[in-house]
Design a protein around this ligand. Structure first.
Ligand SMILES: [Zn+2]
Length: 387
């Protein structure tokens, strides 16, 4: 009986801790998380912010601001100075001085070109660049290789890095590469934070897609949000098999309107539509800023509107913790009543109970829960040592 009590108490403490953290995040979200201007306000700690940057013409650049404040840039747009200015304005709006990690997906000028400006720009420090590269020898790539010489890391599938609960992992290409095709060798990376997963695809081709489908465990390749491979080209990429395997809820086309390639192709749009995937396009929708605490997820548009990332997920600003004296919320399964806990747990606030269930479902990272235990003990909600 005693063991059961202890186990129950530990579980309850865990749940309460998780609930506390969630509720704190909630409070934060309601007050100042959402500055409804995409890419114009740095996200607060604990919030992952990803901005798919709109730029003229062709070009791909995505700013990731990790929950711990680290900045990651996936591609840096085209080689033209004017395009770089568009990327730079987003960096400035988000108070970026240091790029902790950059990923140059491949050597095409519309992805790697902007790095040549960034690396020469004294306003920024770039700490590390991941690059695979092939035998492509354009002037743009040559300059990039020179400028990035001291900080460039040759990566392939399996390379990963963690940022305080958020991880980013290279899924492709494999060590041996994908032949001589530059696009096929695009670095495809998976970002995981809480229960949200993002895929960054560069100009991945049908060959890349096929390799991923055949070599990455299906549960890992099943993601929530991705940028469409090769700006939404139907000629080279976006196969049905890949869409089935990734099963995104939301796809972003990194493409200007009326670009000379016609990206994204109508057939691509039709294919994603027939798979029930919500579609956004930078050239049409502006900078697409996605923010999440790992559970809730919002898209912030440049016109100030905020919507939930996709059906079944709450907006960050929608959370309303129950602090009032309304009917007691339903108790999550497995939590004993406070009176059964003796002195270990007292006065469980309703809003803690209400959110505790989310941790049971694995919606809150363990790291966050562990950090919160000390706080709960400190404020006396958990009273250890007197039981
Ligand atoms: Zn491209």
């Amino acid at each position: 009986m005693r063991n059961i009590t202890i186990v129950t108490a530990v579980i309850a403490v865990a749940l309460l801790a998780a609930g506390m953290v969630q509720a704190q995040a909630t409070q934060h979200a309601v007050t100042d998380d959402i500055q409804p201007r995409a890419g114009q306000a740095q996200a607060p700690p604990g919030i992952l912010s990803i901005t798919y940057i709109e730029m003229d013409g062709s070009g791909d650049a995505t700013l990731i601001q990790a929950p711990d404040g680290s900045n990651i840039l996936v591609d840096a747009g085209d080689r033209f100075k004017s395009r770089y200015q568009e990327v730079k304005s987003v960096l400035e709006q988000n108070n970026v001085d240091v790029i902790d990690l950059a990923i140059a997906t491949h050597g095409d000028a519309d992805h790697v070109g902007g790095f040549n400006h960034l690396l020469e720009d004294r306003d920024y420090t770039v700490n590390e660049i991941w690059f695979m590269g092939t035998e492509k020898t354009t002037a743009t790539v040559g300059k990039f290789l020179t400028l990035s010489a001291g900080i460039r890391t040759h990566v392939s599938a399996g390379q990963s890095e963690s940022f305080d609960g958020m991880t980013i992992e290279v899924l492709s290409p494999p060590t041996q590469g994908m032949g001589n095709d530059e696009n096929a060798n695009s670095i495809v990376s998976l970002l995981e934070y809480g229960n949200l997963e993002f895929l960054f695809t560069g100009d991945a081709t049908e060959a890349t897609e096929s390799w991923l489908v055949n070599n990455v465990p299906s549960d890992k390749l099943d993601i929530d949000i991705m940028n469409a491979p090769h700006h939404g080209s139907i000629k080279t990429s976006n196969t049905q098999a890949f869409i089935t395997a990734t099963s995104p809820e939301l796809v972003i086309f990194s493409a200007d309107e009326d670009n000379r390639y016609g990206h994204p192709h109508q057939e691509t749009r039709d294919r994603y539509a027939s798979n029930g995937v919500v579609q956004l396009q930078t050239g049409r929708d502006g900078h697409v800023n996605i923010r999440t605490d790992g559970t809730k997820c919002s898209i912030l548009f440049t016109d100030g509107t905020e919507v939930a990332c996709f059906e079944g997920v709450s907006r960050l600003s929608d959370v309303t913790p129950n602090r009032g004296n309304q009917d007691p919320p339903q108790q999550p399964p497995g939590i004993a009543e406070p009176q059964e806990m003796g002195n270990m747990v007292r006065d469980i606030p309703d809003w803690v109970r209400q959110t505790a269930e989310w941790w049971v479902r694995g919606l809150i990272p363990d790291e966050v829960y562990i950090q919160s235990l000390e706080y709960l003990i400190k404020v006396g909600i958990i009273n250890v040592g007197t039981s």
